[in-house]
Design a protein around this ligand. Structure first.
Ligand code: NDP
Length: 368
């Protein structure tokens, strides 16, 4: 059995071409030419603060607007990130963004329960959209977001950054190329010990649900993108201490098993009670594990080959996952290509998430 490192990916990215390998969807990592699409960031919170510095490393994207509940905050962030007054909006003035020719793409980084509304408003303003995960509170909302962007002739991408991250792309390639033999069991664990009971993540209307919507979705994504398959059935069990003040409205732990048509089974953990960030794929001829698996940086892969377990360094990509994601949508806007993680990808997760909740509530396996 051979574990190839993907030199093609390094070479393609380094040469400025589109990255395509092993049946994985390509994403562009080339040099920018001509006008770079402008982004408006909506919701200036923790994750916006992770994204904003990444524009400096983008080749195809620039930051041109900020949208916040507070104009003072928008001004302060604008001063920090070089966004002039004409690019500053509140939620009340957001719709006038249609008149701003410097904004091509709206990046929705709001609480989950606001994704639907702001995606619809952005599309109505004639802008392309990237919306953070989870795409929406419900599959029905996700469907209407896709329909709105399609009707407006605008792109819709979901903020699934792992698809732009070297270790995750390499893990996908290894599994899908059959380098572990036939994938038998996937285990994926994501979770953290959530704090402040007053935060929006613990409010049902704003979060749509608990750990599954926020962090367990990474386990679900990993099971799907590692195997490249869609589950045919799901069985879930929830464990929530409803006397814990944090979990009055949303679930704490919800573990789920996905069954795939090939016979592969994925056992997934989603929790707000303890820290987890790993996955493992065991095939008929070896295994792969990643820990951390979906961190902002420093994801690590190990491979079992024969009787040897080795650290595996994924081929480098030209840019970090955040800039890669921003630039990918910009290139899609410029070329008309579809994003590799379009709205339909988010909708698939929302449908499975609803089935997971239903399975846990009804105590039975749900066919998908
Ligand atoms: P934060 O609470 O840190 O920020 C959300 C921001 O939304 C706030 O700062 C606020 O900005 C704005 N907002 C508007 N209305 C409300 C409201 N009622 N309650 C709270 N905030 C409000 O959240 P995060 O940045 O952590 O998460 C935002 C989104 O990004 C979520 O969908 C989350 O799932 C996703 N995310 C994705 C990550 C990834 O790796 N892809 C990582 C972390 C989060 P303002 O004051 O400017 O109005």
């Amino acid at each position: 059995m051979m574990f190839r490192s993907s030199r093609r990916e390094v070479l393609a990215a380094g040469a400025g071409g589109a990255v395509a390998l092993s049946g994985l969807p390509a994403f562009a990592a080339g040099q920018g030419e001509g006008r770079r699409p402008g982004y408006a960031i909506v919701g200036l919170g923790m994750y916006a603060d992770v994204i904003l510095p990444r524009f400096a490393e983008c080749r195809h994207s620039r930051l041109t607007a900020l949208v916040s509940g507070s104009m003072d905050k928008a001004r302060a962030w604008g001063a920090r990130w070089g966004v002039p007054e004409r690019g500053l909006y509140t939620y009340d003035t957001f719709d006038t963004i249609r008149d701003n020719p410097d904004v091509d793409i709206v990046y929705v980084i709001l609480p989950n329960g606001m994704h639907h509304e702001y995606t619809l408003r952005a599309a109505a303003a004639g802008k392309h959209v990237v919306c953070e995960k989870p795409m929406a509170n419900t599959a029905a909302e996700a469907e209407s977001m896709i329909a709105a962007c399609r009707a407006a002739g605008r792109k819709l991408m979901i903020g699934y950054r792992s698809h732009f991250e070297p270790a995750n792309r390499e893990a996908m390639r290894i599994v899908r190329d059959g380098e572990l033999g036939r994938a038998r069991i996937v285990t994926a664990e994501t979770g953290f010990n959530i704090g402040d009971p007053a935060q929006w993540r613990l409010n049902r209307a704003l979060a749509g649900g608990g750990s599954l919507m926020d962090i367990g979705i990474y386990s679900l994504q990993a099971a799907r993108y590692l195997t490249g398959e869609e589950p045919v059935a799901v069985t879930a069990v929830e464990s929530t201490d409803r006397t814990d003040v944090r979990f009055r409205e949303v679930e704490d732990t919800i573990n789920f098993q996905l069954r795939f048509a090939s016979g592969t089974v994925a056992n997934c953990v989603s929790t707000y009670g303890s820290n987890h960030n790993r996955y493992r794929v065991v095939g008929t001829e070896g295994w792969l594990d990643a820990e951390p698996a979906t961190a902002y940086a420093g994801n690590r892969l190990r491979l079992r080959r024969g009787r040897e377990t080795v650290e595996h360094t994924p081929p480098a990509l030209a840019v970090n996952q955040f800039s890669g994601q921003l630039d990918h949508l910009s290139q899609c806007v410029m070329t008309g290509a579809e994003p590799i993680v379009a709205g339909e990808e988010g909708l698939k997760d929302m449908r499975i998430i609803e089935a997971i909740y239903r399975s846990a509530a009804e105590g039975r396996t749900i066919a998908l």
